[in-house]
Design a protein. Structure first.
Length: 61
């Protein structure tokens, strides 16, 4: 199962990332940081993470 984590995009804006199975990094390669520092409300998702997640789900069929 994949989990989501709210972190920053390249501009510093909050976005939802998809975590790797080990939950220490994101699918786009961003290192996960302390969650208490990043509890922003946002509707935005990291497009790189979402594309990687979609590819992983299609490959598992």
């Amino acid at each position: 199962m994949h989990e989501m984590w709210c972190g920053a995009d390249t501009s510093g804006e909050p976005v939802w990332h998809v975590l790797t199975p080990g939950k220490d990094a994101t699918l786009c390669g961003v290192e996960k940081q302390d969650e208490s520092r990043r509890r922003h409300a946002t509707d935005r998702h990291c497009l790189s993470c979402m594309e990687s997640f979609q590819a992983a789900m299609q490959a598992s069929r």
